[in-house]
Design a protein around this ligand. Sequence first.
Ligand SMILES: *[C@@H]1O[C@H](CO)[C@@H](O)[C@H](O)[C@H]1NC(C)=O
Ligand SMILES: *[C@@H]1O[C@H](CO)[C@@H](O)[C@H](O)[C@H]1NC(C)=O
Ligand SMILES: *[C@@H]1O[C@H](CO)[C@@H](O)[C@H](O)[C@H]1NC(C)=O
Length: 156
Amino acid sequence: MDTSHSRRRGYIFLLVLSYSSVLGLASNMNISSNDARGNKTDSFFEDQYAYTHYGTDMGKEYIICAESTMESPWVLGCNKSKEVFTKINFADYGDPSGKCEHYRHGNCGAEAALKVAKKNCVGKNICVFMTSDEMFGASHCNKEAKFFIQLTCKKA
Ligand SMILES: *[C@@H]1O[C@H](CO)[C@@H](O)[C@H](O)[C@H]1NC(C)=O
Ligand SMILES: *[C@@H]1O[C@H](CO)[C@@H](O)[C@H](O)[C@H]1NC(C)=O
Ligand SMILES: *[C@@H]1O[C@H](CO)[C@@H](O)[C@H](O)[C@H]1NC(C)=O
């Protein structure tokens, strides 16, 4: 449908939605049309990403991780509709590094990231994020902030 989808192919449970579709304000899903900035939405997305990774399956629970710089809303969900997030193991909006289950904080970051993530996700089947100061507060990083999160999903 558009190149931003093909760039993220393979990340099935991560849906990339436009603001308007998340907010339910508009039915126009044609994200290759021009946005309000007068540039293609595609060029607006060009260097942004949102990936999911799967970690350990503990039997009744399993680990899911996401790494994103995507400023527009993106959705993270447990694999199945009756499963819920029970725990946020890690959340950092700033300069996190490492791999799923081995994430580390950098030397900058928004203090509220974990709190915001808990509020958005715990007890829910999906959660919506925007990788932006608007969502998490100032990152105090000199460069573009990224968001890494590790959660536990409880099987239904
Ligand atoms: C959708 O995008 C195509 C290609 O850019 C354009 O030709 C078409 O008019 C757009 N449709 C709407 C409803 O904006
Ligand atoms: C469109 O994008 C180009 C290249 O990123 C930029 O130079 C230009 O100012 C943008 N135009 C508008 C109207 O935002
Ligand atoms: C969740 O879905 C991913 C992607 O299809 C898969 O690799 C993983 O094994 C699944 N995990 C569980 C516990 O269902």
